[in-house]
Design a binder for this molecule. Sequence first.
Ligand code: NDP
Length: 447
Amino acid sequence: MKHAYLTDLVKSVERRNPHEDEFLQAVREVMESLEPVAERRPDLIEAGVFDRIVEPERAISFRVSWVNDSGKVEVNRGYRVQFNSAIGPYKGGLRLHPSVNLSIIKFLGFEQILKNSLTTLPMGGAKGGSDFDPKGKSDGEVMRFCQSFMTELEKHIGQFTDVPAGDIGVGGREIGYMYGQYKRIRNETAGVLTGKGLPFGGSLVRTEATGYGLCYFTREMLASRGLSFKDKTVVISGSGNVAIYAAEKAAQLGAKVVALSDSGGYIHDPAGIKLDVVKQIKELERGRIAEYSKRVAGSSYHKNCSGIWTVKCDIALPSATQNELDLESAKILVKNGVAAVAEGANMPTCPEAVAWFLDHQVLFGPAKAANAGGVATSGLEMSQNSLRLSWTFAEVDERLDEIMTGIYHAASKAAAEYGKAGNLVTGANIAGFLKVAEAMKAQGIAY
Ligand code: NDP
């Protein structure tokens, strides 16, 4: 990084947040791409916007105690980091995974500010979660955890304050339990969580939104080089919510998806993944992806999950977790002729791998732009809750498509305007940042 002010700022963030590797990685990456803005907009430096945006407005950490099926008391740690409310109520998912810590929640909350801004909807940035591991827990245990979690969280959220959603480990079941507890405590029906069940205020398309949105974004990116999904081979890591619906939309757009994974390994089906089998295993049975190769002839299972990037493909959609695609994997993908990589997960591509793709003219869609479809549809769920209306699947899907198309063009335009044509990492950061920065400057320096 060359800009003196931003270099000092990053050093101070490093000093003040030791051991928060994921958060520091995100701050470095964003600040680096904002260098052209800092050069052109001294007024934003004067208003302290860069210094303020890297500090959460509020970071809450709390105890979550619950009783397991054997009657033993378990204790987990809950978090909600309310990062920035300049353009609307805090909005961002809740993650339940043993790896959750303050650094991960801060990295996700920070990224969420810019992502939410890109959607053009009025939503600030936040993230939350807990180190609770839902894997292997009974339904009753998950319910008791969620109720205990919400008993504290409800003090900090509200439909005009902070509207959490799902993320890794938090799907419709968990949102339902949390929403039930919120209602029990507050005695009010309000759109305080998104990703709710359809009978109680949920939006159609929310389940499909991130995966579908990822493909709409990728479609636009491909079109910029006269390409499309038609007859392309696609590899998607993960086999959770994002991966499954990215696979569904990619197939609808004419591509063949040949590999999916989970944290245990990956499956390869050269004939094209049968999504009904995947949905049965992952959504209904909550099983492991390895099961697929036992049920589908001609497919194979391989134990090393990062080996998925050795499968030859035209389009790669990393949709599992952070830092899952490293430089070595990027080199293999490029060697195998990949034309486009778009991030379904948050920060799945290591910085050196991103640089490799950009240096080798691979189209690259960064997470905050490419996977914004989930939060965009959450924003549409908030709108429907406020209107007391439910839109049809086609209506929501059409708005999602418009938003994702708009995000691609906003990022592409900002990149070109700031001398980085074709670099969507820089473009997305700049486009997302400018709107929040103007709002922060206009609202004065109160927090
Ligand atoms: P899910 O919990 O539904 O699925 C996560 C998937 O990733 C699972 O298949 C999981 O496998 C796999 N996985 C986890 N760790 C690894 C690993 N180290 N290597 C390979 N696979 C792994 O989560 P989502 O699909 O909702 O989220 C995936 C990513 O997308 C996350 O980064 C999330 O933040 C991001 N995202 C999600 C949005 C959404 O709307 N759901 C919106 C925007 C971003 P296993 O079962 O073995 O753990």
